[in-house]
Structure formats: structure tokens, C-alpha cells
Design a protein around this ligand. Structure first.
Ligand SMILES: Cc1cc2nc3c(=O)[nH]c(=O)nc-3n(C[C@H](O)[C@H](O)[C@H](O)COP(=O)(O)OP(=O)(O)OC[C@H]3O[C@@H](n4cnc5c(N)ncnc54)[C@H](O)[C@@H]3O)c2cc1C
Length: 416
């Protein structure tokens, strides 16, 4: 059923009796042309674009839990394309452009809110880095606005401008950046992929990858073996575990990233704001809660929970940038598993096994990439070659040194 004001009115008049399940619950078939492992944002988007852009509908997405149970439903919802390096700007700008039309395309309200992302700078070194980043963005046709201290004060008068240890000197604003309701993205892509004939298999964990020589022949799962012509891995924080099942060792390590939300407060925070004096960023949800986070926990873990030391550090930075936050009650905290690549940039690539494809290395910032990642990964799998936007994200760049080390956006996460 198409969602519209008319369908809402019609159902209101007939007792909400006509809604159908948002997607089917199919029994897995013994074989698919393409199997995608991971029912997060990237896996679901890949399946959708395989069906829509390439007409390949004999596709299954295999998810060990429920769709959207991973990081796609755990992130702090920030989208932006304020990168600096040539390899990154076109990719993330493509993603932002896809976000701008996504809701109409998949007929699903994902609450895309282009409220602006403001990065603060607090010393001359950061000023220089922001200036270079903003200039690079503008050279690529991406929106970037330079702000002096008084401009920032007009936008966010509740920040500490007078007594802070790291006084705010200015900011770099991307007005088209903002937030998107994260789990609606998973549900929207799932519904759209299902409508095109993709099988979404939940509660089905991949336990082994079958090979015949260099070729992958299928996967073993908790619901039986499934054969496939091509296999795509979209397992985010579990990427290294999945790749190991195929005999590959990835340049990826997994860390926990935590986030927090306060009680609902009256609206006061219009943008997403990041602190340049440490690892802290915050925004306000439509319910009024302040959603905030900081850096990754410093040890490797596949667990989706964090510890108190990082919470203490993040709260310290929150209070230093915005002192009133020290009086807000934190209601919830949670964690997700981050697939940290060694240069902070992702991998959307073919692998040494000819019919195995890899989508991984999203570090702390893969949510914003979801549409472009799905689009580019589908292209790579369907055509056996990368799209121009993901050509730099090949796996073997770590062997030949063509890394894309965007300091400040990946492994050293002061931007989110
Ligand atoms: C606290 C936090 C804040 C974040 N904030 C932001 C942000 O503001 N902006 C941003 O751009 N990014 C952010 N991120 C990062 C972003 O959420 C991730 O990079 C992105 O969601 C990863 O891609 P995904 O959605 O496909 O991953 P996931 O949703 O994790 O999908 C991977 C799926 O694979 C499944 N899986 C794993 N192993 C198997 C198996 N063996 N068999 C079957 N299924 C399996 C998992 O269950 C999971 O559902 C944040 C992450 C966290 C945790």
C-alpha cells in the first residue's frame, strides 16, 4: 500500500483495518543469485538498489537478529558531507543528495531534517583545518559557511563563550547537513526492497561461508544452508568475523561507540554542534532530548555496550562547552560496534575471492553514507566493477599505500 495523506484518511475512516505488514516474512530459498549478509542500513540499501537500478530481484538479505537491530538503529542520526579529501567529498556529497530525495523515492517518512552541522574551532590550528576543509568543500560545489565568534554566539548563545578553557573562536557550518531518523531508514529501505521482490530473512545468523577453491558457493546459517552466485558482506562491526569465515583478514578492528540522551527539554538547540576542543557533539531530538556522544572506547570489543570512563569524559566536555547541560538528567545510554578501518575511510570493494564483495570500515560515520554506500555497492556487485564514487575505496589500497587518511573524520573522531 502506498503511504499518503489519502491512505491515512481512508484508514482513519475504516478503523485502521486495511494496513498490511510492511514486509513479508519469507522462508529462505535454497539458492539466490545474490546473498547480502547484514540487515542494517547498508545491507538493506544495497538490496534495494540491486533490484531498482540493476533489475536483480533474486536477492536475500540475511540478518541474525531483527532488521535494524545493529548500528543503523543505534547512531546519533547525523548526516553531512563536510569532508576534505578528493576520495571522500564526491562520495559523501552523493549520499547527501540521495538523502534529499529519499523519502519521496521510497515513499517513507524518514524525518530528514537539514538543520545544519556546525563544527566549532578553538585555536589557530583548528581554524586553519576548518578553513582548508571549507575551501575544499566549496571547490567541490558543497555548501560551507564560515562563521566568526559573534556569528556562532548569535546561533548558539547557550554555549560558554566567556569562561571556557578552550574559548570558541568561530565555526564551519554545513547548512545542508542535519539529522535523519535512523530506524525509519532501515524500515523504509526494507519495505522498498521487499516490494521489489527481495527476501528479507530475519533471525538467521550466518555461521560459515562455503568455498569451492577461490569461489564462494554459499553460506551456512542457523536456518540451514543457502547457496548463492555472489555474496556481499555488509556486517559493519562484525565485518572482520564474517570475512574470517571466508579466510580473509581485514585491516579493520572493532570498537564500541556509545551515545546518550537526556530527558526532554524545551527546544533550544537548532543545529548539530561539534566541540573542537575534544570529542563531544550534540543535537536535540524532536521529543526534546539532547542526543550526544564522544569518542570510541579505547579497547577492541564486539560487545554493544560501553563503560563509565567514556561517559565521564563525554560529560566533562559537555559541561565545559555548554554548562547548563550539567543539570540535565541522562535517561539512556547505549553502544554499537564500530568497524574501524586503518585510514578512517570505508571499503566498498571486490575481494581476492572473485564472487565475494565487501562493504565495511565505516568507523563512526557510516550512517550518513547509507544511500551512497548501498547505491555503489549494488553497482560493484552487479557489474563486477566499482562505480566512480567508490573506486578509491578498494580493499587493496592498504597493500599499495593509496590510503585515504582524512584526519579528523575517521579513526580520530572529532567529527561525527
Ligand atoms: C553510538 C553511535 C553513534 C553513531 N553516530 C553516527 C552519526 O551520527 N552519523 C553517522 O554517519 N554514523 C554514526 N554512527 C555509525 C553508523 O551507525 C554505522 O557506521 C552504520 O550504521 C553501519 O552500517 P549498517 O547500518 O549497515 O550497520 P548495522 O546496522 O550494524 O548492520 C550490520 C548488521 O549485520 C548483522 N550481522 C552481523 N553478523 C551477522 C551474521 N553472522 N549473520 C547475519 N547477520 C549478521 C548485524 O546483526 C547487523 O544488523 C554511529 C554509531 C554508533 C554506535
Amino acid at each position: 500500500m502506498r503511504y499518503s495523506i489519502f491512505s491515512v484518511l481512508r484508514e482513519a475512516l475504516r478503523g485502521q483495518s486495511g494496513w498490511t505488514p510492511v514486509w513479508r516474512e519469507p522462508t529462505p530459498k535454497p539458492r539466490y543469485e545474490i546473498v547480502i549478509v547484514g540487515g542494517g542500513g547498508h545491507g538493506l540499501a544495497t538490496a534495494y538498489y540491486l533490484a531498482k537500478e540493476h533489475g536483480i530481484r533474486d536477492v536475500a538479505v540475511i540478518e541474525r537478529s531483527w532488521l535494524g537491530s545493529g548500528s543503523v538503529g543505534r547512531n546519533t542520526t547525523i548526516v553531512r558531507s563536510n569532508y576534505m579529501l578528493d576520495g571522500n567529498v564526491p562520495f559523501y556529497e552523493t549520499s547527501l543528495k540521495l538523502w534529499e530525495v529519499l523519502e519521496r523515492e521510497i515513499n517513507y517518512n524518514a524525518m530528514v531534517s537539514q538543520r545544519g552541522v556546525l563544527n566549532l574551532w578553538h585555536d589557530e590550528g583548528q581554524r586553519d583545518a576548518c578553513l582548508r576543509r571549507g575551501t575544499a568543500m566549496r571547490l567541490h560545489g558543497v555548501d560551507a559557511t564560515w562563521l566568526e565568534r559573534e556569528d556562532v554566539r548569535r546561533m548558539a548563545p547557550f554555549l560558554d563563550f566567556e569562561h571556557a578553557r578552550f574559548p570558541i573562536l568561530g565555526g564551519l557550518l554545513q547548512p545542508r547537513g542535519g539529522t535523519v531518523r535512523h530506524d525509519a531508514v532501515a524500515w523504509g529501505y526494507a519495505r522498498a526492497a521487499d516490494a521489489l521482490g527481495v527476501d528479507l530473512i530475519q533471525e538467521c545468523e550466518v555461521t560459515a561461508i562455503r568455498r569451492d577453491g577461490d569461489r564462494v558457493t554459499g553460506v551456512e546459517t542457523t536456518r540451514g544452508a543457502i547457496e548463492c552466485g555472489k555474496l556481499g558482506l555488509c556486517a559493519a562491526g562484525d565485518s572482520s568475523r564474517l570475512a574470517a569465515m571466508a579466510g580473509l583478514r581485514l585491516p579493520v578492528e572493532t570498537h564500541v561507540l556509545q551515545a546518550y540522551v537526556t530527558e526532554g527539554l524545551k527546544p533550544f538547540l537548532d543545529q548539530v554542534i561539534t566541540f573542537g576542543g575534544g570529542h563531544f557533539y550534540f543535537s536535540q531530538s524532536d521529543k526534546g532530548g539532547i542526543v550526544f556522544g564522544g569518542a570510541i572506547d579505547g579497547y577492541n570489543s564486539y560487545a554493544r555496550r560501553g563503560g563509565l570512563p567514556m561517559l565521564t569524559e563525554v560529560m566533562r566536555e559537555a559541561a565545559s562547552l555548554c554548562p547548563p547541560l550539567s543539570r540535565a538528567r541522562v535517561l539512556r545510554s547505549w553502544g554499537g560496534a564500530m568497524d574501524m578501518s586503518m585510514d578512517g575511510s570505508p571499503i566498498i570493494s571486490k575481494t581476492p575471492l572473485p564472487n565475494l564483495y565487501l562493504n565495511a570500515g565505516w568507523c563512526i560515520g557510516g550512517f550518513k553514507a547509507t544511500p551512497a554506500s548501498g547505491f555503489a555497492f549494488a553497482h560493484t556487485i552487479a557489474r563486477d566493477e566499482p562505480h566512480a564514487i567508490n573506486a578509491p575505496y578498494r580493499l587493496d589500497r592498504f597493500r599499495d599505500g593509496a590510503t585515504i587518511d582524512e584526519s579528523g573524520s575517521g579513526a580520530s573522531p572529532w567529527l561525527q
